[in-house]
Ligand binder design. Sequence first.
Ligand code: SAM
Ligand code: SF4
Ligand code: SF4
Length: 326
Amino acid sequence: MKKDFLESRFMGRFRPLFVSWFITDKCNMHCLKCGRGRGGLGHAEAPVIDRVIEEAAANKVWRINLTGGEPLLHPALGDIIERLNHAGVRVSVSSNGLLVPEKLDALAGAAGISLSLDGGSETHDAARGPGSFESVLAALAALREYGIPAKITSVISRHTGENDIEDVVKTAAEYGAPVSFQPLLAVQLGTSDPNPDAPDPQVFRALINHVIELKEKFPRAILNSVKGLRHLMRWPDDAPITCGAGRFFCQIDPAGNLFACGSSQGTEAPCGNILQTGLMAPFEQKRKSCTECSQCWCGERVEANLMFGLDPHALINYFRTRHGYD
Ligand SMILES: C[S@@+](CC[C@H](N)C(=O)[O-])C[C@H]1O[C@@H](n2cnc3c(N)ncnc32)[C@H](O)[C@@H]1O
Ligand code: SF4
Ligand code: SF4
């Protein structure tokens, strides 16, 4: 993996080391901010599943993150994880947490689960529905008991206050599930529809400043590096960054459509379809075109890109915050 990464970084031998695959766009929540969980594409079906597993094995993919929609709704989730593991691919899963306690056996082969937590109980429930905060705590407790590493993704919206940031960091520290913060985008995910819940940029910057202060006290509970947080502070202005999309990661949708980056899904044409082109289309396209975007705001993608750019602060932070998930 180290050799593949270095070859991609220095010799232009771009390879799919990390793949984000949204295996369904069906969802059991209806968060206003998100255009993903609307169900138009449905669940990934057998021909796409078989081809993704085959291609992942052939291209020595290092890790696939199963996401959605809500991936725990996919009836073949356990089977997909088991087959990917058998093909030598590590698997992680991103979930809203609702179904985690009843799907632990299906999740047993996952290297880690990322749960969404968007604030303290009031703010999280307002964003995601009554009772959803308690479901995340129940999911974190169940994962801890079952021995599956967990982490948290937290989006900062117009409704987030300093108390929410503190509550999320304390939950992260208490459950040993470090958190990655990111802004709620001005568009609903996977669409160009405006998002009225996006934060005010000045308020967002003050909140990220507070995360930087908390990072001193809880260095391992916050996954973002200080460098990454400073990058996020530039949201929503243009902020160029070294880009790993189509160089060492890419995205697949339930129909097998390929995108260099998750942020282009739903707004740009796919680079190909895995059933026709195999997995390499985004990597071949990136080799031909060097166009970059300057709107990189997903907390984890920012860290991955800083590391791809060999940023020493991000690399040190990565090794300090590693906790069995990666
Ligand atoms: C699309 S969800 C899929 C996994 C799962 N259903 C969940 O909610 O965690 C993945 C992540 O995208 C985040 N997200 C959704 N809409 C967003 C937006 N408009 N801006 C930024 N993040 C968003 C969610 O909060 C979640 O952390
Ligand atoms: S953020 Fe996750 S839980 Fe909410 S609607 Fe989107 S996919 Fe579903
Ligand atoms: S959001 Fe833009 S800069 Fe970030 S990984 Fe995707 S394409 Fe690259």
